[in-house]
Ligand binder design. Structure first.
Ligand code: BYC
Length: 484
């Protein structure tokens, strides 16, 4: 089989399913086969704890065309076919932005951009296993078999996204790439000596509300960053990211519908009990559901942690990556400007004399800020849908995303403390208000008390409503995971 005939169709014959003609690429095939046992060891050590032998109803990509890329079947997770899948090569694709705009997209890495490109790929790769590590304990408290299956689906696909980055490292970056691929299996989320690279990926995902918030907010950073990398002049990276985005959509679906179902159940229980005040927290909690103010606090936490993933508002790294053609803007090809940004400006929120103000900055330097703005717009859409549910019960409460200056650790606002409206607070004021706006130990203890494993088919824990439709249109009592 040559490369051309395998595009769109996955070669399942070897150890590593792929549509990149690995069969003919002996060097890379060997390198990946050598990396494979280390990956499986990592998965067994750091992947979902306690369910490695269970049969999970998972989708596996069998081709990358629009129709046939998802096949559902029962699989033991360590036997999942982690493959290397690139979206089809777009014939005659040209570079959409930067100094090389209009030139043919690169099939190899230009020497001068090697280090910059490798860094971007390694950072992207590092987030994937990190999230699996963060979520590894959650199977034990799954609110239903349906949710457990979704968790594991997200996990195996994050594993596949690691494979996607490792393929690029092994194929295009020689010895350094091989070393980076090894290091991706060595760092650990939250480890004091060898942590994952980006802040949010060293935080804990202690409970299922956090998992849904993480997949809603943090996987959405994944979407924005992958969209920006999908514009890359380096065609193999672009094609890899395009295919990853199809999987990422499901992860955000899990997050958005997960939070919706938590809200739905809370509102239903309040209505049944005749409680109309959302701040009557004690009484709401006695119903075995999560009160809306606590859901808001979790949203505040995960949104603010995720904003840090966009880096500094003003960034030379981002300017250089754009100029070089390595990382574009969100949906670059749909934007109508010169795609070079050498003389344009972009408004950036800055801290000037202690006040938060918009200031025009060179557009090239402001690319992180721009992507973050696009992200906030995108994140707000689902929040609007959550509010529709609350509204439909007539409960006077609205979930709101906090100001971008709230609870930040990276960039312009990391130096100050603010309330959720972005008003600066002294340290003492912040300490006094903190537990009103971020989950407190007591909130965490309460949520933890609800996290009880529910293994009965078609049953759901007290704090979450069933989904509207099953995965792969399966009926409610379908056995999504056969526990071993
Ligand atoms: N934590 O110039 P700056 C996903 C560092 S999520 C720690 O502003 P830049 C997924 C920065 O590295 C998407 N360090 O940085 C979601 C730099 O360090 P060096 C992941 C941080 O490069 C859920 C220094 O500060 N993909 O896929 O403009 C589940 C100066 O900063 C952080 C990507 O991120 C931080 N938060 O922007 C699974 C795409 N922020 O180099 C998966 C690739 C900044 O000076 N990465 N620093 O030592 C990038 O495009 C950029 O590296 C960043 C940072 C946007 C992350």
């Amino acid at each position: 089989m040559n490369v051309a005939t395998t595009i769109g169709k996955v070669d399942y014959d070897g150890l590593i399913p792929n549509n990149v003609g690995l069969g003919e690429d002996v060097r890379v095939k060997r390198a990946l086969e050598k990396w494979h046992p280390g990956y499986i060891n990592w998965w067994k050590d750091m992947g979902p704890e306690g369910f490695q032998e269970s049969l999970v109803y998972l989708r596996t990509a069998v081709s990358v065309d629009a129709k046939g890329w998802a096949k559902f079947d029962y699989v033991r997770m360590p036997d999942y076919k982690w493959g290397i899948l690139l979206a089809p090569q777009a014939e005659g694709r040209t570079i959409p932005f930067g100094a090389h705009a209009g030139e043919a997209a690169w099939q190899e890495v230009p020497g001068e951009y090697r280090a910059m490109l490798r860094r971007l790929i390694v950072i992207q790769g590092d987030t994937e296993p990190a999230s699996v590590e963060q979520q590894r304990h959650l199977g034990k408290t799954a609110p239903s078999l349906y949710d457990m299956r979704n968790l594991f689906q997200v996990n195996v696909e994050e594993g596949r996204h690691l494979w996607a980055m490792v393929y690029l490292l092994q194929k295009y970056f020689g010895t350094d790439g091989r070393e980076e691929a090894e290091a991706l299996l060595e760092r650990r989320s939250g480890d004091a000596d060898s942590p994952r690279m980006l802040g949010a990926f060293n935080e804990q995902t202690p409970d299922w509300l956090s998992f849904f918030m993480f997949t809603y907010f943090t996987d959405r950073d994944g979407k924005m960053q992958l969209e920006a990398l999908a514009q890359s002049a380096f065609d193999p990276l672009s094609r890899t990211c395009r295919f990853m985005l199809t999987e990422e959509a499901h992860h955000m679906f899990v997050g958005e519908t997960g939070v919706t179902r938590v809200i739905q159940r809370t509102c239903e229980a309040m209505k049944e009990a005749g409680i109309s005040d959302p701040y009557d927290i004690e009484r709401v909690r006695k119903l075995g559901v999560i009160d809306l103010p606590t859901i808001q606090k979790k949203a505040n936490l995960h949104f603010s942690l995720t904003l840090d993933l966009f880096g500094n508002e003003i960034s030379t790294n981002a300017a250089n990556a754009f100029h070089a053609g390595l990382k574009g803007r969100y949906r670059e090809t749909r934007l109508a400007d010169d795609h070079k940004l050498e003389s344009s400006t972009y408004p950036v929120l800055r801290l000037i004399d202690g006040k938060i103000k918009n200031e025009d900055a060179p557009a090239l330097a402001a690319l992180n800020m721009r992507l973050r703005d696009d992200y906030v717009g995108d994140a707000n859409v689902g929040v609007g849908r959550w509010n529709k549910v609350i509204e439909s019960f007539g409960i006077p409460f609205e979930i709101k995303l906090p100001h971008v200056a709230f609870h930040r650790h990276i960039g312009e606002f990391s130096k100050i403390k603010t309330d959720i409206e972005g008003k600066a607070l002294s340290d003492a004021e912040w300490q006094a208000k903190r537990s009103d706006v971020l989950p407190s130990d007591a909130d965490r203890d309460f949520i933890e008390s609800l996290m009880q494993l529910q293994l009965e088919r078609g049953r759901f824990a007290s704090w979450i409503a069933p989904p509207k439709v099953g995965i792969d249109n399966k009926p409610g009592e379908f056995e999504y995971v056969k526990i071993a």
